[in-house]
Design a binder for this molecule. Structure first.
Ligand code: G1P
Ligand code: ZN
Length: 543
């Protein structure tokens, strides 16, 4: 085997976003494209000679080829060892778990999350650092700079390696260990949750359905729910990961997880339903004919955390992204816990967790997690809910009703306007900013406006400042209207409008969220002129 320095065409700068580099498969298939990016990562992450790299992905089309390329390049670049999931599989939270468990230098995760998969769809690659979390901006910027100048990459010339059998072998002086992608993650889950209590719950006639949406969580959910916890075979639906995710869009929300939603709202609805996304980091929680918003889910987990063995000594603090509802703030206040409000994106939670300031965190976009790993974790949230249900022996709906009785209800909804003209989108936000001085003190949607601002965040751990993270209209009673532009959309601009209103009165907790928020929705339209500017009379997606 020989190590080769392959000279490559000049490579246009490729800036990895917060979720790594995401492009069409056909882009990744261009000669030297993936190689140039991987070499740019290796050139930007410091001295890893002899160290361990973790590699795995969500199983989508091009996953296997990419892993072969990465293994050969890791060997040529001097890694001592690569841990790779069998069949190339590692969910995002499992990769984070494995990086931490084995003290790896870092990991490369191949995924484009919930984006559709297949030859004409998306692929992605993301570097995570030794704490198991996404690379911080300093690293991704260094990678970007490197992509603009890179002229060659290192690889070894050899046959493809066998990813399908657990075991270890040598690749040009580097150890490759093909590991069970589920085992370490499952053991971590078992250390956090009361598996005996959940097993008894599932044996008692409690029924549940988990939809893996033909993506990576199938093998994890089958091993843990049906294997270790004894749920009946068939509990895990769409559990075979497919290279094209079965042609679907594995994003666990009311729109895309419609099969599960239909089941949970049907005649023979199970007691509990859950789904996860392409790479296993998102989750949706449903009760029988009942949807738990991700913001409420985070609040319920925080309020009930000590029911799970892994959190029985209490939690150190909580964090939520700014647009996530303030339901968890009320729980934190009543428990005397610190509550941090961060910009959108998981990377902001890592510093807080590394510093021991928060244990639980979450986003309204179906992401919930804790300091057990440094990624959001779909199946973890499902097991946490099962643990709570097993101890409290109440329905999901009853748990929420009880929660709202204690803390009040934060009615919440997100309206997405996808693929709108970028200039119009910018104008929508500017229209709200233009009223920053005039709105405070006036009444809007029957509430008094307290203040308006562009959200800015100073990281309490490293002092870094992130500005312009969303335009906010904040009301005296805690209600909020927020406008943000998506940072992950691929065509045009996506405006996200987040609406929240607080209701203390228990008699008013049973409303439909859209009805409860109708005045807020109208007020948001009025101050922003969103609809005339974008030419859209309704959102593309409502959650
Ligand atoms: C979206 C979500 C955000 C999440 C991100 C990555 O980003 O809103 O909460 O962290 O995907 O999963 P956005 O498109 O809003 O920038
Ligand atoms: Zn994901």
């Amino acid at each position: 085997m020989q190590i080769e320095a392959v000279s490559s065409r000049p490579f246009e700068g490729q800036r990895p976003g917060t979720s790594g580099l995401r492009k069409k498969v056909t882009v990744f298939q261009q000669p030297h494209y993936l190689e140039n990016f991987v070499q740019s990562v290796f050139d930007s992450i410091g001295d890893f000679a002899g160290q361990t790299l973790v590699v795995g992905g969500d199983g989508r089309y091009f996953n296997r080829q990419a892993i072969q390329t990465i293994l050969k390049m890791a060997a040529a670049n001097g890694f001592g060892k690569v841990l790779v999931g069998q069949g190339g599989i590692l969910s995002t939270p499992a990769a984070s778990c494995v990086i931490r468990q084995y003290g790896a230098y870092g990991g490369l995760i191949l995924s484009a999350s919930h984006n559709p998969a297949g030859p004409d769809d998306d692929f992605g690659i993301k570097y995570n650092i030794g704490n198991g979390g996404p690379a911080p901006e300093g690293v991704t910027e260094a990678v970007y700079d490197r992509t603009r100048e890179i002229a060659s990459y290192q690889t070894v010339v050899c046959d493809d390696v066998d990813l399908d059998h657990i075991g270890a072998f040598d690749l040009a002086g580097m150890r490759v260990q093909v590991i069970d992608p589920v085992a370490d993650y499952a053991a971590l889950m078992q250390s956090l949750f009361d598996f005996d209590a959940i097993r008894s719950l599932l044996a008692s006639g409690f029924s549940m359905a988990f939809d893996a949406m033909h993506a990576v969580t199938g093998p994890y959910a089958k091993a843990i729910l049906e294997g270790m916890l004894g749920a009946p075979a068939g509990t895990v639906r769409n559990g075979e990961p497919k290279e094209d995710f079965g042609g679907g869009h594995p994003d666990p929300n009311l729109t895309y997880a419609h099969e599960l939603v239909a089941l949970l709202y049907g005649d023979d609805a199970p007691d509990f339903g859950a789904a996860s996304d392409g790479d296993g980091d998102r989750n949706m929680i449903l009760g029988s004919r009942f949807f738990v918003t991700p913001s409420d889910s985070l609040a319920v987990l925080a309020a009930n955390a000590t029911l799970a063995p892994g959190y029985s000594n209490g939690i150190s603090g909580v964090a939520r992204s700014m647009p996530t509802s303030a339901a968890v703030d009320r729980v934190a206040a009543s428990m005397g816990l610190d509550c941090y409000e961060t910009p959108t994106g998981w990377k902001f939670f890592g510093n807080l967790m590394d510093a021991g300031r928060v244990t639980l965190c979450g986003e309204e976009s179906f992401g919930t997690g804790s300091d057990h790993v440094r990624e959001k974790d779909g199946l973890w949230a499902v097991l946490f809910w099962l643990n709570i249900l097993a101890v409290r022996k109440q329905s999901v709906q009853a748990i929420l009703a009880d929660h709202w009785r204690k803390f009040g209800r934060n009615y919440y909804s997100r309206h997405d306007y996808e693929g709108v003209d970028s200039a119009a989108a910018a104008q929508v936000l500017q229209n709200v900013r233009d009223q920053f001085l005039a709105l405070p003190g006036t009444n809007l949607a029957g509430r008094r406006v307290a203040c308006c601002d562009d959200f800015s965040y100073t990281d309490p751990v490293d002092g870094s400042v992130s500005e312009n993270q969303g335009v906010r209209v904040l009301f005296e009673d805690g209600s909020r209207i927020i406008f943000r532009l998506s940072g992950t959309g691929t065509s045009g601009a996506t405006i996200r409008l987040y609406l929240e209103s607080y209701e203390a009165d228990q008699a008013k907790h049973g409303m439909d969220a859209q009805d409860a928020l109708a005045d807020m929705i109208a007020a948001a339209g009025k101050v922003s002129q969103l609809q005339p500017l974008t030419g859209r009379n309704q959102p593309t997606v409502i959650t």
